[in-house]
Design a protein around this ligand. Structure first.
Ligand code: SF4
Length: 269
């Protein structure tokens, strides 16, 4: 089925002057909604497809809870207006726009509508994705994306399903398809001690990446607990309490393993 052009979609944030979401200075659009439920997700407010309440701790002065609504419906036009304002910075820095989330591929028509506008204006586009989408959707999106930031969490599908909520066969298949299509890809691997840092899993990921084409880099992203407070605000259980953040030494050791792929490897995004 061909994706249509739509007028609006749901986002939860727009970040200006982002420098960790692709090359140069970027505007990052955070799409609301993700079909995955990764235990370590540091943006849990991105998962629900509907706007929701972020509850702040009781405010003693007014004696009741205060909250903010996270997520809103926005028009394609208004999103593009925000993107367009920064064109001069993209030109000077080799930057552009990054679509993140949440999972942008879960609102494919909204994503395609904004992507097409960006391409009309020659703006560089990055898609930060879990890769969880049908092949049909990805094929209609891929030619409008200059660079993919593609998550790889596990090769083992049972573990992926346990810790991220969905199996990963389609995710791996899509990654192979993009690589064969000639799309530029940076692989992003979250490193979570006790979940995906065992030698067996890391070796499988390294070998899988070695078999792909057009991989521009590998980013190893150390797990951190900075998102914990957001779980409290959303009244959601935080499953990562007993897991440790990886040490610098551990990250360096894992980097050495991925260095053998002959693809540039970086610690951090
Ligand atoms: S894919 Fe990303 S946004 Fe979705 S649940 Fe996992 S970490 Fe969060």
């Amino acid at each position: 089925m061909d994706l249509g052009i739509v007028n609006s979609g749901f986002i939860f944030d727009i970040k200006k002057f982002a420098i960790h979401d692709g090359p140069g200075i970027r505007t990052t659009i955070f799409f609301k909604g993700c079909p995955l439920t990764c235990w370590w997700c540091h943006n849990p407010e991105s998962q629900n497809f509907e706007p929701e309440k972020f509850i702040n701790p009781k405010n003693e002065d007014i004696g009741s809870e205060i909250f903010e609504i996270v997520g809103k419906k926005v028009s394609v036009k208004d999103v593009f207006k925000e993107i367009e304002k920064e064109i001069i910075f993209y030109d000077e820095s080799g930057g552009g726009v990054t679509f993140s989330g949440g999972e942008p591929l879960s609102q494919p028509e909204f994503l395609l509508s904004v992507l097409k506008l960006c391409k009309n204006y020659g703006i560089h586009t990055v898609l930060d994705t879990s890769g969880y989408a049908t092949e049909e959707i990805l094929k209609q999106i891929q030619d409008y994306v200059d660079l993919f930031l593609y998550d790889l969490k596990f090769i083992d599908s049972a573990k992926h399903e346990k810790y991220a909520g969905v199996p990963n066969q389609q995710i791996l298949k899509n990654l192979i398809q993009l690589s064969e299509n000639g799309s530029k890809i940076i692989i992003r691997i979250p490193i979570i001690p006790g979940i995906n840092d065992d030698n067996d899993e890391l070796n499988k990921m390294r070998d899988f990446i070695s078999g792909l084409n057009n991989i521009q880099g590998i980013d190893l992203l150390p797990f951190h607990k900075i998102g914990k407070n957001k779980y409290i605000k959303l009244n959601l259980p935080y499953k990562m309490e007993d897991f440790n953040e990886p040490s610098d030494e551990m990250m360096e050791k894992i980097k050495l393993k991925f260095d053998t792929t002959n693809v540039p490897v970086k610690i951090g995004g």
